[in-house]
Write a protein that binds this ligand. Structure first.
Ligand code: GLN
Length: 493
């Protein structure tokens, strides 16, 4: 018997088309799974009634022959995507009761493609973090466990709830956002596929801003084909986002040929960093061999400014965050804590509304932007960002894609999370450089660690060449034959 929640998006789409089951049945199965898996903390807000209504409408549309790309497929939205009439919190006390008056463009695109929305997934507060522990609503939990060890593991962050929901079979797929790795790192920790598209590929309209020059929405799925399908539905130019790119959206699924003969794959020398887990390093070597066996040509490349990427990222992203988050002032929307004066109201509101990590970023960012330090930090970081981008463009003069690990280690336990914020920031060492350069990058599960945890490999492509990226990922997916199913933390299986 088919377990509906185990299907990939593509399998579910084909099953719906054949009439094997209805969108209502598929949605009901996911609602039951959602109720049984609450221990994962994957969702902040569940919207089962709305999902069932959407599923009924989808079945009715199908009966008239109207079928969108994602027709009847139940997915989840990271709780950073505004949803009309459904509260959108950014996992912050500041927005605990915020109900947006409009939908994000990406959410609207998915709905137009026929998708059903199950609810809003957990994340690090305002998408700042790598563990999902900074959420005001408590952490999401990774559905995976180490062999013979019951410790609850971090799903990664910031899109940790989305990753846990997809890996835990409580959504067929989910949206994530990635500013410095927040789609790819949780995808790697939870053994799923996560794609950060080229900056500008998906509209940022209606996505609560963290760092506007870096934020990008993308799909989190259980297969490469699913990522291709969902990206086709999410992407597209949006006149309401001035940084959204006026480029055609190909049908990414149709571009998957599975043939990469002659593809030139770059392996960046600088990514053999100290502290790289030997298992991760060995997996990377295996990935290189698999691509070579499939007919790719492997070339070593150099990205000389890699060492400066993390510092650059944390200056720029914090600077942008300090300015973006200035809007939470107790006046326009969100929390308000009264004070005797206007200034006191501001500081009480922001002191109570933002958690410690968000406050830390605002302080770093305000400092970097303040008179006297602007040139030394913000402007300097902008220049280094340019050099990092140039490294990639030069490398892409001789290769078509890059292959690297996604994270330096597999998932850590929730109570082993490094207490020093700098150590945690090192989780992003392989993902941040591509964010600074605005390049598309995908993480896919490629194997298991000795302790039975998923490990991810990252593919990076040229601007707007997601097709090449997805095609290489498909080949690697077939060669890796990753078949791990998580040991559920939240329910019996
Ligand atoms: N972990 C990184 C940070 O904390 C990335 C976050 C993200 O991509 N949203 O900033």
């Amino acid at each position: 018997m088919t377990v509906l929640t185990d299907l990939t998006l593509v399998e579910a789409r084909d099953g719906l088309a054949k009439g094997d089951f209805t969108a209502v049945e598929l949605t009901e199965a996911h609602i039951r799974a959602m109720e049984a898996s609450r221990a994962l903390g994957a969702y902040i807000t569940e919207t089962p009634e709305q999902a069932l209504e959407q599923a009924r409408q989808s079945d009715a549309r199908r009966a008239t022959g109207t079928v969108g790309l994602m027709e009847g497929l139940p997915v989840a939205l990271k709780d950073l995507f505004c949803t009309k009439g459904v509260r959108t919190t950014a996992a912050s006390r500041m927005l605990e009761n915020f109900v947006p008056p409009y939908d994000s463009t990406v959410g609207r695109n998915l709905a137009r493609a026929g998708a059903v929305t199950l609810g809003k997934t957990n994340l690090d507060e305002f998408a700042m973090g790598s563990s999902n522990r900074t959420s005001f609503f408590g952490p999401a939990v990774n559905p995976w466990k180490r062999t013979g060890d019951d410790a609850a593991l971090a799903p990664g962050g910031s899109s940790g709830g989305s990753a846990a929901a997809v890996a835990g079979r409580i959504a067929l797929a989910a949206t994530g956002t990635d500013t410095g790795g927040s789609i790819r790192q949780p995808a790697a920790f939870c053994g799923i596929v996560g794609l950060k598209p080229t900056y500008g590929r998906c509209s940022r309209r209606g996505i609560i801003a963290f760092a506007s020059s870096l934020d990008q929405a993308g799909p989190m799925t259980r297969s490469v084909k699913d990522a291709a399908l969902m990206l086709s539905a999410m992407a597209g130019h949006d006149p309401l986002d001035s940084t959204s790119a006026p480029v055609e959206v190909p049908n990414f699924e149709n571009a998957l040929t599975g043939d990469i003969r002659g593809l030139r794959v770059g392996v960046p020398r600088e990514y053999r960093a100290d502290g790289l887990d030997p298992e991760v390093s060995a997996l990377w070597d295996r990935g290189v061999e698999m691509l070579r066996d499939a007919g790719a040509e492997v070339v070593e490349v150099s990205l000389p400014h890699t060492d400066h990427a993390l510092a650059t990222y944390y200056i720029l992203s914090s600077a942008e965050a300090s300015s973006n988050l200035a809007r939470y002032d107790g006046v326009r929307y969100g929390l308000r804590v009264e004070g005797k004066t206007l200034d006191e109201m501001y500081s009480r509101t922001r002191g109570a509304g933002f958690g410690p990590e968000v406050q830390r970023r605002i302080l770093i960012g305000t400092y970097a932007l303040s008179a006297g330090f602007y040139d030394a930090y913000y402007l300097k970081a902008q220049r280094v960002r340019r050099l990092i981008t140039r490294d990639f463009l030069e490398a892409f003069g001789s290769v078509d894609v890059l292959l690297t690990p996604t994270t330096p280690t597999p998932a850590f336990a929730l109570d082993e999370e490094p207490t020093d914020p700098l150590t945690l920031y090192l989780n992003d060492v392989f993902t941040v450089p591509t964010s600074l350069a605005g390049l598309p990058a995908l993480s896919m599960p490629a194997g298991l660690s000795g302790q039975g945890l998923p490990l991810g490999l990252q593919l990076v492509g040229r601007h707007f060449q997601e097709e090449t990226l997805l095609n290489a990922a498909l080949v690697l997916e077939r060669a890796c034959a990753f078949s791990g199913a998580p040991m559920f933390a939240g329910k019996e299986v």
